[in-house]
Design a protein around this ligand. Structure first.
Ligand SMILES: NC(=O)c1ccc[n+]([C@@H]2O[C@H](COP(=O)([O-])OP(=O)(O)OC[C@H]3O[C@@H](n4cnc5c(N)ncnc54)[C@H](O)[C@@H]3O)[C@@H](O)[C@H]2O)c1
Length: 281
């Protein structure tokens, strides 16, 4: 989608971090933006700050893990802007911890917010983008953890899911004039380590997410890397460029490239191991 001026974008998780950075970058490029988030006060702060730059923005509160609330947010977007061209499925949470710290709640919450919201987002907004008759772009925020799995299995599962969903949909949506991009950030300076601030009570207690005091080794490293991470606004500008250029993958930095190379080499080695065998049929 080359020309963003005057186009309408719907961005989830837009009250903080990467989503806010994306909303700022799209608004600066002349998009009209509907900001969506579960955290009402932060959402209003973000909306007011963007409106003060003369951007045409509005805000709608929704828990994106609930399809009905996302549908209501889509209705509000159509009522306010009349059409929509860009969907950014960005809202996400840090997940429920490593092996040994799982609960039903930790899996349900992580899958609901990080993966099912992307499924619902595409199901609800895809036809609306089609109906604009002007093409569009769907960007979903996965993570570098969607290309290479460290610890925190429920998070990895959702992010691999978002990558798989996005890769597959590129083929189906291209003939409709809708590009599909997946954003795979490294460590970005956001509030992701405080994700339980937005844990809906219906999920119950999520183990494995701490306020820092009981962090394991990986969580300590991640907390520090995120505190010193990349500026979310920088990521927003990359996403704006990715939308304009219909990039299939948007990455933010090369820190994890060696780990991903090693993963690919490992997969390749699996084929090499059985290369000359004839499978029994
Ligand atoms: N920060 C990083 O290092 C990093 C790295 C890779 C991927 N990501 C991904 O980036 C995305 C954005 O996270 P962030 O790092 O900006 O964190 P953040 O906590 O600063 O922002 C996440 C936003 O999502 C919102 N949100 C949470 N649950 C919601 C729900 N149920 N419904 C609607 N909104 C909800 C929050 O209120 C918040 O505004 C997430 O998908 C995350 O997994 C982050």
């Amino acid at each position: 989608m080359e020309h963003l001026e005057g186009k309408v974008a719907f961005v989830t998780g837009a009250a903080s971090g990467i989503g806010l950075g994306i909303a700022q970058a799209l608004a600066a490029a002349g998009c009209r933006v509907m900001l969506c988030d579960i955290e009402e006060a932060a959402l209003e702060t973000a909306r007011a700050a963007l409106a003060a730059t003369n951007a045409d923005v509005a805000a709608v509160r929704a828990d994106v893990s609930l399809k009905a609330e996302l549908q209501a947010a889509a209705d509000a977007t159509m009522a306010r802007f009349g059409k929509v061209h860009v969907l950014v499925n960005n809202a996400g949470v840090g997940g429920g911890g490593d092996y040994g710290a799982w609960t039903q709640a930790s899996w349900d919450w992580t899958i609901g917010v990080n993966l099912m919201s992307v499924v619902w987002g595409i199901e609800i907004f895809g036809p609306l983008i089609e109906a604009s008759g002007e093409g569009g772009q769907i960007v979903s925020t996965a993570s570098i953890a969607g290309l290479w799995a460290g610890v925190n299995p429920s998070y990895n599962v959702t992010k691999y899911g978002v990558v798989g969903l996005s890769e597959g949909l590129r083929t189906s949506l291209a003939p409709l004039g809708i590009g599909v991009s997946v954003l795979c950030p490294g460590f970005i300076r956001t509030a992701i380590m405080e994700s339980t601030r937005n844990l809906p009570s219906r999920f119950g207690v999520v183990e494995g997410m701490t306020d820092g005091a009981e962090d394991g080794e990986f969580a300590k490293m991640a907390r520090d890397a995120i505190a010193h991470g990349i500026d979310p606004r920088y990521v927003g500008e990359l996403v704006r460029e990715g939308i304009e250029g219909d990039w299939p993958y948007i990455v933010t930095d090369t820190e994890f490239e060696p780990a991903i190379d090693a993963r690919f080499a490992n997969i390749k080695a699996a084929f090499d191991r059985i290369r000359d065998r004839v499978p029994a049929r």
